[in-house]
Design a protein around this ligand. Sequence first.
Ligand code: MTE
Length: 395
Amino acid sequence: AEDGDPNILTLPPWTTSLGQPVAARPYGLPSQYEKGLQRRESPGLTRMSQVSVAFTPLQGLFGIITPSGLHFERHHQGWSDIDPSKHRLMVHGTDDGFVKQPKVYTVDDILRLPPVSRMHFIECGANTGMEWGNVAVPTVQYSHGMLSCSEFTGVPLRLILEDCGIDWKKAKYVLAEGADGSSMTRTIPIELVQSDEVLVAYGQNGEMLRPENGYPLRLVVPGVQGVSWVKWLRRIEVGDKPWATKDEAIHYIDLMPDGQHRQYTSTQECKSVITTPSGGQILLDKGFYNISGLAWSGRGKVKQVDVSTDGGINWRRARIEGPVNSKCLTRFNIDWVWDGKPAILQSRAMDETGYVQPSYGQLRAVRGTKSIYHNNAIQSWKVAESGEVSNVQVL
Ligand code: MTE
């Protein structure tokens, strides 16, 4: 350092020569120095990678939008890159009374209809599912990374159903079915469709959906657990009773402490998590840190986020960064001066309905410890004197 910083004193090649030409990479890629930021599969979580999850690296993202290449993936039977010219969306009723004119749409037909673009989070109901009984995974990528947020573009399902002459008085539910081998099928209540929130989407962050995320068509069901966001959408059926398909009668139901199963718990309740500092990271020295995280609610907008650095004894109001959209990720930040002593970092979100994210003690009192789905408890990260950050649970 006495001789001066060579990174300033010696001119590097990028200052003394021509750089790369335009369109050297017709579709851009991140810097080679950002290779560590990747979707990751949890080792040993499932027997096959076709029936598995790859988690979003929340610890390395800024703002609220998930880059499409880092959007989490959850497949029941693997993904395919479907030829859009061969893909069809069929819309019909359980019997003749539900829609006047059943129709088959091509992707081009859907692209001709008037679109809307909206930012929403998608969270798998199983997000944080490994942590019901105890700490199970080391990082926020594995504990909360079945969560992503995009700007989706598509056609309100209401419009398509009206195009088929739906009888709104008779219709109570729709069934959505995917074109993959898992025949993913989910019942959606008609009120969600009538509210205009449910989209038949083809766009994600300004371009067509990625194959992993449902190209060329997927259902977007804001606020509802990810499983209902049927990918590779090929069929919509209109009826008046829930279908109780395998994906809603056997899977995606919550085991309660008395051994009973709770069914059709679809809404993702208000939740938040600190993404930096978070498990697996190391604080280099005492001093100033920006604590940053994400908050979201399936019931609307995030209203407030409080942060504790002493395991929940004292709370301070975090700064919420705009835009604050309904059923969308919301970024929060707060200043923190670390004194070098052990600390426990937590965030607690409240949504516009007044619902407050529960502690593990509160959640377990109602839900027990044996469930998989809908764990929205307050997450705790312990900062050791060494600066190492680890996953802990505080009741
Ligand atoms: N749709 C189909 N057709 N097949 C699937 O396996 N997985 C569901 C849902 N839609 C699935 C599907 C589940 S469980 C989730 S959490 C979301 O898609 C995940 O969406 P993503 O892979 O785009 O993150």
